[in-house]
Write a protein that binds this ligand. Structure first.
Ligand SMILES: Cc1ncc(COP(=O)(O)O)c(C=O)c1O
Length: 355
């Protein structure tokens, strides 16, 4: 048995993989593979509207939010956000909480007046009371889970009138989402909603058309919203995968059930981490993530041994992010409770032998 804890992309649940295998052979009664469907045909139109319907009902999205099914990954959104949402000299506020928010800040700074309003300290997400918010900001950006450091917002701040924007790539659909708190959320799909290639943007329609400058058409939210995400070819097969994942999430009990399962998986690993000082988390207990569990061994020289021994018993892709080091286990929606238990048992055993 092999279990993957990769950060870059997730395991898919076996029933989803079985359905996709059939879809590749033939999409429903179309006499075509799901890989072959033209994006402007009626079969794909049905897939897209079914996927949007499933996503809306899972998230209980009000009609005033538009859902975009785009290419390019969250990294492309780092540039698309300031282009779409901020006027030329309007400040854009960013919370610097780790690797991915730093990347978002670097990219956005090439396009607009980006202000880092506060930074993470010693494994704590900065308290919203300490944010130095800019008057007249176009938006305020947070990264809901910092995948490299294992930090996660468990409650989202109130930004009183300024649209709150979140990169939810690591934890989208892993728990209920209080969407009314947000002007926009975005996420690459490969972690919790299927396969690489699809990026979801959910945006309050009142924010569309804010930038008075021209935005390249595939990155233009207003244009994509009015063209039903078909300004250019959408990632058709990744949307089929997302549709199958959405059906699966609904059948498994929706987002409350997903949150409970993800919490239980993470608790098992944190219990082993907390029972002695052999393993140490970067993130403080208050802000640590249920999805990305990042920890260090007492001596970095033990890292490779831990990884090698884990791999020998089928526990794969546990190396920490290069900027942070140590070990990282990602527990996305497709990672089973059995996988988390197998890793927890291995961690206990490793500690007993090496501690
Ligand atoms: C929080 C977060 N944001 C953004 C990204 C970048 O996503 P992509 O490579 O799909 O652009 C990642 C990738 O791991 C991530 O974890």
């Amino acid at each position: 048995m092999r279990f993957s804890f990769a950060s870059a992309s997730s395991k898919l649940p076996p029933p989803v993989l079985a359905e996709l295998t059939a879809d590749i052979a033939e999409w429903r009664t179309s006499c075509m593979s799901a890989l072959e469907l033209p994006f402007n045909g009626s079969d794909f139109a049905d897939i897209l509207s079914e996927a949007e319907h499933e996503l809306r009902s899972l998230l209980q999205l009000p009609q005033s939010y538009k859902v975009l099914f785009l290419q390019g990954g969250a990294s492309t959104q780092f540039a698309a956000l300031p282009m779409n949402l901020a006027a030329e000299h309007q400040p854009c506020d960013y919370v610097l909480s780790g690797h991915w928010s730093r990347r978002a800040i670097e990219v956005a700074s090439d396009w607009r007046d980006v202000r880092t309003i506060v930074s993470e300290r010693d494994g704590f997400l900065p308290d919203p009371a300490s944010w130095r918010r800019s008057p007249g900001a176009a938006y305020c950006h947070v990264t809901s889970t910092e995948t490299a450091e294992g930090l996660q917002y468990h409650e989202f701040p109130e930004t009183s009138g300024v649209p709150l924007i979140a990169d939810m790539t690591a934890d989208f659909l892993t728990r209920p989402l209080p969407i009314e708190r947000f002007g926009l959320v975005y996420a690459s799909a490969q972690k919790n909603l299927g396969a690489a290639g699809l990026t979801i943007v959910i945006v309050d329609e009142n924010l569309l058309g804010k930038s008075k400058r021209k935005v390249p058409p595939p990155l233009d939210y207003a244009h994509q919203a009015s063209a039903n995400s078909k300004v250019n070819t959408p990632p058709t097969f990744a949307i089929v995968v997302a549709l199958r994942m959405l059906h699966w999430l609904r059948q498994e009990g929706g987002l409350d059930a997903a949150a409970a399962k993800n919490l239980a998986k993470s608790k098992e690993l944190y219990a082993v981490i907390d029972e002695s000082d052999f393993y140490r988390c970067f993130a403080s207990p208050r802000d640590r993530s249920t999805i990305s569990i990042c920890f260090h061994l007492p001596d970095p020289k033990l890292d490779q041994l831990f990884l090698d021994e884990a791999e020998q018993i089928g526990l794969m892709h546990l190396k920490g992010h290069p900027n942070v080091g140590g070990i990282r286990a990602c527990l996305y929606n497709g990672v089973t409770a059995d996988a988390a238990s197998a890793l927890a048992n291995f961690m206990s055993d490793f500690k007993r032998r090496r501690g």
